[in-house]
Write a protein that binds this ligand. Structure first.
Ligand code: FA5
Ligand code: MG
Length: 416
């Protein structure tokens, strides 16, 4: 597990995060460029597209309570264990998630707060937050993005289920009058089963309530003159069953918008509401905003450039007018790793992100092989440096590339 951590040449004894000091340990992998994002909370910034989108979704669910100020620091227990993630789930790896230390991490999804919010006794709620995942670098992936979690639970009684069925009938007849084409899957199926403790008929009613509620929301966001095409797909999450993903056909492409399902009873039991049954979803705000506003690169959400920020109005979706695109500057780096060691792409990307910040547009591994005699691995990455705000000089790109090379050398690699 500690493998990747060798790639942080010098580690401070502690890190200060949101006004509190935390000890580091051998799995610490949070970088200064990630730490700098924590206070920004774009979803709370007036006129920002992520704030407007959040507000539009909140107003579509007027009876739901809204949360938007929970700390991104959570225990791995809360992010994973409490949600029934198996011990060997890949998301727990230090190559995939950011750890402050072994007891504290940056949430990887808003579902990390399900238990605590259900425990507060709210039956219907939405929760918006910044989430963090180690990933590769390109125009649609960024190590920080924003999710909105939504949930709705009902008394698991005949009376409660009658209420769900009535609500479903009401929503069904409303949707029937709209311009929407839905590709559906069964509410429960052998491949997407009701939970052991659930009456399959109840589970199906709840799954249908989820689908109708979300189809209505998608219509409000994406609906227009042409029919809106929505596709429901069977999915798997450790904390829901049955589970679904939703895709929307928009401007010629199927776009994954959200994950959802019938909440695992274990979650509700832990939250002290064992007599309820219900649904939850988690959607990606950037994915939706990039489409609705025509924002071409996910880095733009973090721009402080007035040519970006001044284009947006409070609570109104407008089409983004790109200002000129500046030239790319490609730089390659090839190196030998120390014998017997490996380097995860995410580790390389974090190093580059730390040196170049938002100037890095994408990183591609263009070559990798192991020398048959020395048994050392050789890697070659191509970095695309491109500013969104100005023209970058070749000298500046060379300077950043030199820093990347120097950081790599500190880690004991041999530049080729
Ligand atoms: C989840 O994060 C689950 N917690 C969702 C969920 C909630 C399921 C409640 C069931 C019940 P997933 O990793 O698929 O699932 O992410 C959910 C959404 O976040 C995706 O559909 C996508 O819209 C968005 N998303 C995921 N990864 C990224 C990324 N790297 N950049 C931008 N958006 C992303
Ligand atoms: Mg997904």
């Amino acid at each position: 597990v500690a493998r990747s951590c060798r790639w942080y040449a010098t580690r401070p004894i502690h890190v200060d995060i949101l006004g509190e000091r935390h000890p580091t340990d051998e799995i610490t992998n949070i970088t200064p460029s990630i730490l700098a994002k924590l206070p920004l909370r774009l979803h709370t910034r007036p006129k920002h597209p992520l704030h407007t989108l959040r507000t539009l979704i909140e107003s579509h669910f007027p009876t739901f309570k809204h949360h938007s100020s929970l700390s991104p620091l959570v225990s791995p227990f809360k992010n994973f264990d409490e949600l029934s993630f198996p011990k060997d789930h890949p998301g727990r790896a230090v190559t995939d998630s950011y750890y402050v230390n072994k007891d504290l991490m940056l949430r990887t999804h808003t579902s990390a707060h399900e238990v605590e919010v259900f425990r507060q006794g709210d039956d219907r709620w939405l929760l918006t937050a910044d989430v963090y995942r180690r990933d590769e670098i390109d125009g649609s992936h960024y190590p920080v993005f924003h999710q909105m979690e939504g949930a709705c639970i009902f008394p698991a009684t005949p009376e409660g289920m009658r209420h769900v069925a009535e609500d479903n009938a009401r929503m069904r007849s409303q949707l029937a009058k709209t311009n929407i084409v839905i590709e559906d899957v069964p509410h429960v199926a052998p491949t997407n089963p009701a939970q052991a403790g659930h009456d399959p008929a109840h589970s199906a009613l709840v799954a249908e309530h989820l689908k109708l509620s979300l189809n209505g929301m998608l219509l409000a966001l994406f609906g227009g003159a042409t029919p809106l095409q929505v596709r429901w797909i069977e999915a798997y999450f450790p904390f829901t069953s049955p589970s679904f993903e939703v895709e929307v056909f928009y401007r010629g492409k199927w776009l994954e918008i959200l994950g959802s399902g019938v909440v695992r009873q274990a979650t509700l039991d832990t939250a002290n509401v064992p007599d309820k049954i219900g649904w939850a979803f988690g959607l990606g705000l950037e994915r939706i905003a990039m489409i609705l506003y025509s924002i071409p690169d996910i880095r733009l959400f973090w721009s402080e450039d007035e040519r970006f920020l001044s284009q947006f109005k409070e609570n109104e979706i407008t089409t983004f007018k790109p200002y000129s695109k500046y030239p790319s500057c490609f730089k390659d780096v090839s190196f030998w790793l120390p014998q017997g060691s490996a380097l995860h792409d995410n580790d390389f990307c974090d190093l580059v992100r730390d040196v170049a910040g938002d100037i890095v547009e994408d990183v591609k591994k263009i070559d990798s092989f192991v020398h048959p005699k020395t048994n050392r691995a050789s890697l070659c990455y191509r970095i695309n440096y491109r500013s969104m705000d100005r023209s970058l000089s070749n000298e500046e790109a060379n300077e950043m590339q030199a820093q990347v090379v120097s950081r790599l050398t500190e880690l004991g690699v041999e530049i080729r």
